[in-house]
Design a protein around this ligand. Structure first.
Ligand SMILES: Cc1ncc(COP(=O)(O)O)c(C=O)c1O
Length: 358
C-alpha cells in the first residue's frame, strides 16, 4: 500500500544552487527539496503521509517532544554509482533499529514499508542532489520522530510526527581520530537508553565531546558507567581493534551500546581480509596494554557518518597512547576500501546489501 503522496507544488532548487551545494556540502548544511512527513495519533494510527517542501514546522511550544525528549532518529546514505544509478545501503536495518528505538522510548513503531518508502521517495524525488562518488560524497537521510502532543506533563504522547530529511554530505571525520576517555562522564547504563538512537543520548554527551576537544581529541571513547573498566563505543561510532593474532575484536552488544550497521557489516567482511570477527567484552586495561605492547596492531571506529575511521591515539588524564606508528593501519584501510567499494558499486555486493532506488 503506497501511502506517501507527493505535493506537486514543492519548489525545486535550481541546477546552480545544487551545484554550489555539491561543491562543498559539509555535513548537514544543505537540504534537498522534499522531506517526507507522517503523523501518528492514538485514534488514527499513521496518517497524513506526504512528501512536502523541506522547511520550517509550525509547532505549539508545548509539544511534549520539546520538553521531555521523546525523540528518536536514524542515519543512512544513498550512493551514486559510476553508471549514475543510485543505491541505498541496508535500509531495512535502519528501519528495524528505528522500531527498536521507538519501543524503548514508548513511541509507536513506523511500519518498515513506510520507513523504506519515505527514505526511497526522498531520494527519488531529489536525484539531482545525490553527489558523484568523488570524495566519498553521498546523500545522507535523516529519518526522525518526536512526540507532538500539546501537553505539559510527563506522559507518553498521544501524537507523534515522523520526518525524513535528505542532505548531501562528505564523510564526517576526514582525518584519523584521537579519542578521549573522559574521567567524569558516561553515555549509558544498564537498563538505560544506550542501545536506542534517541536525541537525549547525544545531548548528554556534548559536554564530554567539548572536554575531548579541549584535550586535542576528535571524539570520546566511552567506558561502562558502572566500573569504568570496559570499553563500549565512540561518540557517534562503534569501536574495534585488530590484534596481532588476526582478530577483529569489538565489544559485544550488551544493551548499552548502539547496534551499528557499519559494525555489523565490518564483522561480516572480516573473514575476506584474513580476520576473525570476535564480539566480546573488551577491558580498557587490555586495550591500553595491547596498544603499548603491540599486541593490538590497529584501532578503528565505524559508523554511517564516520564510515571507517582509523584511530591513531587514545588519551585520558592518565594516558596518552599512540596506536602503532601513529598512522592509519593497513587492514583498517583495506576494510574501509572494501565497504565503500560495495557502497559505491566498485566491489561486488555478495551479501545483497545494496538496494537500487534511482
Ligand atoms: C552512538 C553511536 N554508535 C554507533 C553508531 C554507528 O551506527 P551505524 O553504523 O549504524 O551508523 C552511531 C551512528 O549512528 C552512533 O551514533
Amino acid at each position: 500500500m503506497s501511502a506517501f503522496a507527493v505535493d506537486p507544488t514543492v519548489p525545486r532548487a535550481s541546477a546552480t544552487d545544487i551545484a554550489v551545494a555539491l561543491q562543498d556540502p559539509g555535513f548537514g548544511r544543505y537540504f534537498v527539496d522534499h522531506m517526507a512527513q507522517a503523523t501518528w495519533s492514538a485514534a488514527d494510527g499513521w496518517h497524513d503521509k506526504a512528501l512536502l517542501a523541506t522547511g520550517p514546522l509550525s509547532l505549539h511550544p508545548a509539544v511534549s517532544g520539546l520538553h521531555y525528549g521523546q525523540q528518536i532518529f536514524e542515519g543512512l546514505k544513498a550512493y551514486r554509482h559510476a553508471d549514475d544509478s543510485v543505491w541505498m545501503f541496508r535500509p531495512e536495518k535502519n528501519a528495524a533499529r528505528f522500531a527498536h528505538s521507538a519501543a524503548r522510548m514508548q513511541m509507536p513503531a513506523l511500519p518498515t514499508e513506510d520507513f523504506i518508502e519515505s527514505v526511497t521517495k526522498v531520494v527519488q524525488l531529489n536525484l539531482d542532489w545525490v553527489p558523484q562518488a568523488e570524495g566519498e560524497q553521498s546523500l545522507y537521510l535523516r529519518p526522525f520522530m518526536f512526540a507532538s502532543e500539546i501537553q505539559i506533563g510527563v506522559k507518553a504522547s498521544d501524537y507523534y510526527t515522523y520526518i525524513c530529511l535528505g542532505m548531501p554530505v562528505m564523510p564526517f571525520y576526514p582525518q584519523p581520530l584521537t579519542l578521549w576517555v573522559s574521567p567524569t562522564y558516561s553515555r549509558s547504563m544498564a537498563g538505560g537508553t544506550g542501545d536506542a538512537k534517541c536525541g537525549g543520548n547525544y545531548g548528554a554527551s556534548m559536554i564530554a565531546e567539548a572536554e575531548a576537544h579541549r584535550n586535542g581529541c576528535t571524539q570520546v571513547l566511552w567506558l561502562d558507567s558502572a566500573t569504568r573498566s570496559w570499553v563500549e563505543e565512540g561518540g557517534t561510532m562503534n569501536f574495534l581493534v585488530i590484534t596481532e593474532s588476526g582478530e577483529l575484536v569489538t565489544p559485544e552488544l550488551n544493551g548499552r551500546i548502539l547496534a551499528g550497521i557499519t559494525r555489523d557489516s565490518l564483522l561480516t567482511l572480516a573473514e575476506s581480509h584474513g580476520l576473525r570477527p570476535v564480539e566480546r567484552p573488551l577491558a580498557f586495561a587490555e586495550l591500553c596494554e595491547g596498544i603499548t605492547s603491540g599486541r593490538i596492531t590497529e584501532v578503528l571506529a565505524c559508523g554511517t557518518a564516520a564510515v571507517v575511521s582509523p584511530v591513531v591515539g587514545i588519551k585520558s588524564p592518565e594516558i596518552d597512547l599512540t596506536v602503532g606508528d601513529g598512522t592509519p593501519g593497513a587492514k583498517t584501510l583495506e576494510l574501509r576500501a572494501h565497504l565503500t567499494g560495495i557502497q559505491f558499486g566498485t566491489e561486488p555486493d555478495i551479501h545483497g546489501w545494496m538496494r537500487r532506488v534511482g
